[in-house]
Design a protein around this ligand. Sequence first.
Ligand SMILES: *[C@@H]1O[C@H](CO)[C@@H](O)[C@H](O)[C@H]1NC(C)=O
Length: 432
Amino acid sequence: MFFILALLFGQLFATKVNVMLPLRTVSNDGNLDESVAQRFPILKNAGVNGVMVDVWWGIVEKTPKTYNFKPYLRLAQLCQQNGLKLQCVMSFHQCGGNVGDDCNIPIPSWAKNNANVFYRDAHGHDDTEVISLDVDEETVLQGRTPRQVYKDFMEAFALGMGSFMGSVIEEIQVGLGPCGELRYPGYQLDRWSFPGVGEFQAFSPRMKELFANASKQAGHPEWTSPPTDAGSYNSRPDETSFFTNGYRSAYGNHFMNWYTQLLIDHGRRILTDAVSIFKPLGVGVAMKVSGIHWWYNHASHAAELTTGYINGGFSTQDFYSRIASLCAELGVVVDFTCFEMSNNEQSQDAKCAPENLVYQVLMACKNANVAMSAENALARYDATAYNRIITNACNRGGKVAAFTYLRLTDNLVYNGQNLNEFKRLISTIRNC
Ligand SMILES: *[C@@H]1O[C@H](CO)[C@@H](O)[C@H](O)[C@H]1NC(C)=O
């Protein structure tokens, strides 16, 4: 009796393994590549719980408030037929221009028409992959605020997917920035290369005004501009005055607290809406944090700072703890990446420490008592990477609720050795 109960319990709390579908599963003109489903029986047989797909804003809402969810309905049906769950990402960002992007799906052209809705860096470059968080509550998208646009989209999705919600679709990951992650586009691939520090994205006229206002409120009207001494995308921290000393000054603390707080406020707004829409349908909500592992061991955590992640050396709590608390409060799962990365495989010159970063986030989630799910950042098929994933997911004091493998390829399912290695990964993680 006890044994059977233990077995049932084990199944209930077993770590789930999901697999991300290719970025181009649904084409720019809204067609589902149904051949993807030929791999579903192999995944199911390997012990996979479900697949994850991006629901692209740029594909679904080509005209304001007119939504095409047809390809996703068909995909949900194919998942159901194969006994797989479907996790959907509300992808309010552009596909293309980031690591691993083999696609080109811009945000809808009607949303791109307004030039004043984008992030701008100190050099005057606008990034058009995502709408800037500073206009969340401004009526800038043809009579609607971005927040309203995202809310309308999620409501339409919930309605459009009908009875699949809460059955086949058990979790929604909510896009909150570039790559769907809650972050600033600090390291755009067309100007940045590893391991540059990236650039702050706080120089649009409105962001500058917001910052000047915040400075006045803090009793420092002389702090009118975000830092202009933080180098450029490909600088190293020690080449800049901001990442050497500036970040530790009263001004640096003030700027960083402001920059990080905007990000957290944005997350709270959009996630609150998502929770109110999806939770009543029995569908979980998740959000994603980016894995900025370079310069982690530099005192400034420079690359994390341009991304918007305060960490170490500041008067307030680090970003990861604050996000864990926020998600605990809202009942949202924290999704984190880099699980396959070992310190000794990364550049020590760039002070990379992915293992330490993963551990910090694991502990932040454990302390906040919030569910965490894990991903690998880059495509790997080898035992070294998989053993690192197993160690991180099972043996470092915080158990993850799910692991999502990036990403489904023919090389994963049609290569016998790769598939066997993957099966070993799945069965180990499920039982950890
Ligand atoms: C900055 O403060 C001024 C004065 O209070 C206000 O009129 C303006 O709207 C504020 N700017 C922004 C972008 O909130």
